[in-house]
Every structure is written in C-alpha cells, then in structure tokens.
Design a protein around this ligand. Sequence first.
Ligand SMILES: [Zn+2]
Length: 242
Amino acid sequence: MTDQLDALLALQTADDGLQALETRLAALAPRLATLDAERQAAEKAAAGARQALERESERHTHLSERAGEFRRMNDRAVSQLDQVRKAHHASAAGAQVDISRRALADAEAELHASGVRLASLQTALEGAEQRIGAMESEQAPAREAVESERSEIERELGDARTARAALARHVETRLLARYDRVRSRRRGPAVFPLHHFTCGNCDTAIPTQRRAGMTAGNIEVCESCGVLLYAAPAPATAGHAG
Ligand SMILES: [Zn+2]
C-alpha cells in the first residue's frame, strides 16, 4: 500500500501543479476582457459619431432641397412682381416677394447651420477613428504579452498533462477512480495525512476500529468530508493502534 500511497501523493502533486497552471491561464481572460472593453468603447464612440454624421448629412440634403425650392419660389415671385409692377396687383406681388425672401433667408440660415454642424461631426468622426487606430497600437504590446503568456502556459500544461497521465498509470484503478472523484468534487487536494487520528482536512476523529488498518498503510475515506486519508509513514514504534 505504501507504493500506492507514494504514487497517489505524486499524482496529487502533479494535479496541484496542473491546477496552478489552469488558474494562471484563467487569469489571462480578465486582462483580455479589459482590453476588449476599451476597444469596444472606442468602436462604439466611432459608430455613434458615424450615425450622427449620417443623420446630419441627410438633414443637410433635405435642407438644401428646401432652400432650392424657396429660391425658385422667390425667383418666381420676383419675376411676377416685375410683370405686374404697374398693375394694381403690385402690392400683393410685393408682399409675396417679401414672404418668399424671408422663407429663403430662414432656409439658407438653417442650411448654413447644418453645414457647420456637419463639418464638426466630420471632425469628431475622424477623431474617433484615429482613437481606434491609436488604441490598437497602444494595446498591441499588452495583447502580445497575454498571447505569449498563454502559449507558454499551454505548452507547460501539455507537458504537465503528459506527466500526470504517466503518474496515474502507477495508481491502482479503483483507488484512482476514488481519488479523481474527490479531486473533481473538491476542485483541490483529495489526499490528506492524519493528524493524531483525526482527518487532516476537517479534524473529524477516525473511529478506533479503522486506526490499525491506517497505521498499516491503508488509505481510507474520511466519513465526514470524504477526502482520502493516510497515516504518515510511522517511525519504528508504529503499530500501537487503538
Ligand atoms: Zn475529513
């Protein structure tokens, strides 16, 4: 049984190492997530700027058409006024010219304001797109660092899994199955030494009738927390069970 215990403890050491590597690998995810979130925020800002520009651009086209209509209306009113200058319709035609001239002036002022907004939205979009480009180059070293750490950890994990598989072959099938079950349930160490005949994990005392077997090298399951227990190899005076 001591051979089995040694094999099991070696396996546990290998599994602890594997778990540490997996923890390191998992720790890379939040670093990438932070970088991704920064980039997404910059992309969202650019998309917002692009939408605002498109909306204002449509509005500008519409305002431009409207100003064109008022210009033609004003031209018609002016030519009408020329034709009726001497007739008694002159004052009505003059009023029409005033109305269409004011409408045209308003439309042109609105069109001008829209043109100014369009220019500043264009500048904002260019700024947002430049920030995306700048962020890509700012983030590049951090992303490369994460990638190189990931490939290093994955290489180590590959080696560690091969070594683990070799060690597992030295553990008897039923004991290995029991160990694997406890290990996966606890996501941590599964084998503990006894401390004065209490469980090294939960401190529950081992029933008297099982102590002798454990002192002789049996691996037992803790009735309370379910971990595998072994008596640390005793000095020459062992066998004082009960
Ligand atoms: Zn226990």
